[in-house]
Write a protein that binds this ligand. Structure first.
Ligand SMILES: Cc1cc2nc3c(=O)[nH]c(=O)nc-3n(C[C@H](O)[C@H](O)[C@H](O)COP(=O)(O)OP(=O)(O)OC[C@H]3O[C@@H](n4cnc5c(N)ncnc54)[C@H](O)[C@@H]3O)c2cc1C
Length: 276
């Protein structure tokens, strides 16, 4: 499988990348880790005539902690998140989910920005960021704008990142010492999730719940959260996991099986996170 012909341009800075996007319009695509874009190009599901490589921009690989939040540069590799002592301490759910992505080679190249903008509902980190109430920071010709993760994922492989914008940063409230759970059911150890569940104990002692691969977008299981707030037990609340979701049917399982998995895994993740 060989992609259609394209020009390769390496951006020397974020401003340069924005200039190149402006110059080449909808012919251009940003290249980060390339682990989603290049396969799409090989299958001819995408055929950009220009690739703007942002993978070497150190200004996108920053990781800062201040004022109770973590600021994650969009160019951080998934392995950076898995190994960072700061992420492990402040957002252990994110570090654990990062460690579950693909294999070590994938994690060493793929970026958090790429997985977010690509918007695959089977990806792990988007659902975790929705659970953690993250905010996505984008830069484009009109300047900077911020979008809550809950509003960023529009549909299958469709996100609110415009063609002339770069996702520069992901801002996540830090939650050191709070309990969490992460469950990922897959057929083989390095597979994508058939279904995944992320649970985070919030600063006010409630539980936020997000689901992987249960809808065309990363899914916040608000019916589970509402049931817990209303006094349901964790097991009772987990029974609501598939409510409102639209799980796909494919070779890994049909939608009824995924709904069943979501209930079972949610009960396990809630238990890990200390929800009673
Ligand atoms: C073998 C394999 C196994 C995998 N297993 C898993 C798994 O278990 N779980 C999981 O979640 N994922 C998995 N992945 C997916 C992998 O995590 C994604 O490919 C990766 O996250 C995409 O990031 P990237 O940096 O490679 O993006 P790219 O492929 O470079 O880009 C993806 C899209 O995002 C755009 N983009 C990238 N960065 C930016 C930015 N900063 N601003 C704006 N647009 C941007 C690109 O233009 C493109 O449209 C797997 C991939 C492979 C190849």
């Amino acid at each position: 499988m060989i992609p259609a012909e394209f020009d390769y341009l390496a951006a020397s800075s974020l401003d340069h990348a924005l200039d190149l996007l402006g110059e080449h319009g909808d012919e251009a695509k940003l290249l980060a880790g390339g682990h989603s874009l290049i396969p799409l190009m090989k299958f001819r599901l995408a055929a950009p005539s220009v690739l703007v490589d942002i993978s070497r921009l150190t200004e996108l690989r920053t990781l800062d902690r201040s004022d109770g939040v973590l600021r994650l540069g969009a160019g951080l590799r998934i392995r950076d998140l898995e190994l960072s002592p700061v992420v492990r301490e402040q957002l252990p759910l994110l570090a654990a989910a990062a460690a579950s992505v693909g294999d070590r080679q994938v994690r060493a190249r793929a970026t958090i920005g790429g997985t977010v903008v690509h918007g695959d509902p089977a990806a792990d980190l988007p659902a975790v960021l929705v659970t953690l109430d993250a905010t996505l920071v984008l830069r484009g010709p009109a300047g900077r704008r911020e979008v809550p993760a809950a509003e960023f994922f529009v549909d299958f492989w469709e996100t609110d990142c415009r063609l002339d914008e770069v996702l520069v940063e992901i801002v996540v409230p830090a939650l050191p010492g709070r309990r969490w759970g992460f469950q990922k059911f897959r057929q083989r150890s390095q597979d994508w999730a058939t279904v995944g569940v992320a649970v985070q104990e919030t600063a006010d002692g409630q539980h936020a719940v997000g689901l992987v691969n249960m809808a065309p977008v990363p899914w916040r299981a608000s019916a589970v959260e509402d049931a817990l707030r209303a006094g349901a037990s964790a097991d009772e609340a987990a029974g609501h996991a598939a409510e409102g979701a639209a799980p796909p049917s494919d070779l890994r399982g049909d939608s009824a099986y995924r709904a069943h998995l979501a209930r079972v895994l949610t009960a396990q993740a809630l238990s890990e996170a200390g929800a009673s």
